[in-house]
Design a protein around this ligand. Structure first.
Ligand SMILES: Cc1ncc(COP(=O)(O)O)c(C=O)c1O
Length: 387
C-alpha cells in the first residue's frame, strides 16, 4: 500500500475525534491538546461558528479564483477591516504560512529593487525555497542550497542591526520566535529595527503566522511593541482550522503590484474566505485576545510557581498563550511522558517544551498540563542522573 512520506516523526496516536481543547484517540482516551496542529486550532478544534460558515459556503460555491467576486469575500474584508490597523487595507489569501512569506519577500524585491534579505538566528519562516532561505536552522537549509542571499543577525541584538544597509530589500522577523524556542523580542529591539529599516529604505516584514490572531494577548503581536511593519503575514489560527494564510500591506506598497506579479490556484478561494470570516467573528465575539492574555498570565504563573525549583528548568517564558518551558536538556523524553499523561505538547528549539493551547483552556486543564510536565521533568532528571 502507498505510504505517507515520513517528514514528521510519528507521535504514535490515531486521533479520531476533536472538540475545543481536546482530542480523542481510537481507544477513546481524551487528551488535552497543547500542540493544536502547531497552533492552528487556537480557536478550538471544530469551532462551531467556523464550521457553520464553511458548510454554508460549501453549499453555495466552493471554488472560484479571485477573478470572480463573491458575497463571502466582501463579508471577509469587512470583518478583517476591524482587526488590522487602518492603513493595512490590502490583503491576499493563500494556503500556508510559507506561501505568505514567499509573497512578502517577492513584494519586497519588487518595491525596493534590491536583492538581499536579513533574518535572525533561530528564525523559522517555512520550507519553500524563499521561506527556507530566511529560516535559520542549517538542518532544514543545507541540503537545498543554494538559496536566496540572506544574512542572519543575532535576535534581540540592537548592536547588530547596524549591519542593515542600503542593499537590503527587507528584514523579516517573528515578534516571538516560535519554532526557534519561544523567544520574545524585546521592545528596544523591535523599535530599533523599525527605525533602522525606515532609515535604510528596507521593508520590515513581521511574520505573524504563529503569533497572530490573538494568541499573544493582542490581535497582532507587533502591537505589543508600539510599532507597525510595512508588511505582515498571518496563518495558522486565522482560518480556525482551515488551511489559509494572509499577507497584509498598505496602499503605498500594494499600488506597485500588477496583475501577474503573483497568483495561486486556490489563493483567496471562497472556502478560505468563509473560514477567515467565521474565525474573525469568533475572535471578536469572545474577545479572544483578552482571554489569551489573562489565561496566559495564569498559566505562566502556575508553571513558574511550580516548576522553577527543578534544577533542569532554565526558564519559563512567553506571551499570552504562547509559552515555553526551557530545560537544560533535550525535552523529547519529557514530551513523551506528558503524552502518557494525555497532554500533547510540542518541542521548540533544542531544549524547549512549547505550549500553544486553544484559547478556551481552563484552569483545570492548566493543572493537568502542569502535573504532566512535572512528571516529565522528574523522570527525565532521574534518567539523566542514572545514566
Ligand atoms: C513564524 C512562522 N512562519 C511561517 C511558518 C510556515 O507556515 P506553514 O507551515 O503553514 O507553511 C511557520 C510554521 O510554523 C511559522 O511558525
Amino acid at each position: 500500500m502507498i505510504k505517507l512520506i515520513s517528514f514528521f516523526g510519528s507521535r504514535g496516536l490515531k486521533i479520531v475525534k476533536a472538540e475545543n481543547q481536546y482530542v480523542w484517540d481510537d481507544k477513546d482516551n481524551k487528551y488535552l491538546d497543547l500542540h493544536a496542529g502547531h497552533g492552528v486550532a487556537f480557536l478550538g478544534h471544530n469551532n462551531k461558528i467556523v464550521i457553520e460558515y464553511l458548510i454554508k459556503q460549501m453549499n453555495e460555491v466552493m471554488t472560484l479564483t479571485p477573478a470572480f467576486e463573491t458575497p463571502i469575500r466582501e463579508e471577509m474584508l469587512r470583518e478583517l477591516s476591524d482587526l488590522v490597523p487602518t492603513n493595512f487595507n490590502n490583503v491576499f489569501l493563500q494556503n500556508s504560512g510559507a506561501e505568505a512569506v514567499e509573497l512578502a519577500l517577492k513584494v519586497a524585491r519588487k518595491i525596493t529593487k534590491r536583492k538581499k534579505f536579513i533574518a535572525f538566528k533561530n528564525s523559522f519562516h517555512g520550507r519553500t525555497f524563499g521561506a527556507l532561505s530566511v529560516t535559520w536552522n542549517k538542518k532544514y537549509r543545507e541540503p537545498f542550497e543554494p538559496l536566496l542571499d540572506v544574512e542572519f543577525l543575532t535576535f534581540n541584538s540592537v548592536e547588530e542591526l547596524k549591519k542593515i544597509n542600503e542593499d537590503v530589500a527587507a528584514v523579516i522577523v517573528e515578534p516571538i520566535q516560535g519554532e526557534g524556542g519561544v523567544n520574545p523580542a524585546t521592545p528596544e529591539f523591535m523599535k530599533a529595527l523599525r527605525e533602522v529599516t525606515k532609515e535604510k529604505g528596507a521593508l520590515l516584514i513581521v511574520d505573524e503566522v504563529q503569533t497572530g490572531f490573538g494568541r499573544t494577548g493582542k490581535v497582532w503581536a507587533f502591537q505589543h511593541f508600539g510599532i507597525e511593519p510595512d508588511i505582515f503575514t498571518a496563518g495558522k489560527a486565522i482560518g480556525g482550522g482551515f488551511p489559509v494564510s494572509a499577507v497584509f500591506m498598505p496602499d503605498w506598497i500594494a499600488q506597485n503590484l500588477e496583475e501577474g506579479d503573483h497568483g495561486s490556484t486556490y489563493g483567496s478561494n471562497p472556502l478560505a474566505a468563509a473560514a477567515v470570516t467565521g474565525a474573525s467573528k469568533v475572535l471578536k465575539t469572545f474577545n479572544v485576545p483578552e482571554q489569551a492574555r489573562l489565561k496566559g498570565e495564569t498559566f505562566i504563573k502556575l508553571l513558574r510557581e511550580n516548576l522553577s525549583e527543578f534544577r533542569s528548568v532554565r526558564e519559563i517564558r512567553g506571551m499570552g498563550l504562547m509559552i515555553g518551558v526551557d530545560l537544560r536538556f533535550n525535552p523529547s523524553l519529557a514530551i513523551n511522558i506528558m503524552q502518557q499523561e494525555r497532554v500533547i505538547a510540542l518541542k521548540a528549539g533544542i531544549t524547549t517544551i512549547r505550549f500553544l493551547p486553544p484559547y478556551m483552556i481552563t484552569t483545570e486543564d492548566m493543572e493537568w498540563a502542569l502535573n504532566a510536565a512535572r512528571r516529565g521533568i522528574i523522570e527525565t532528571e532521574r534518567k539523566k542522573t542514572s545514566v
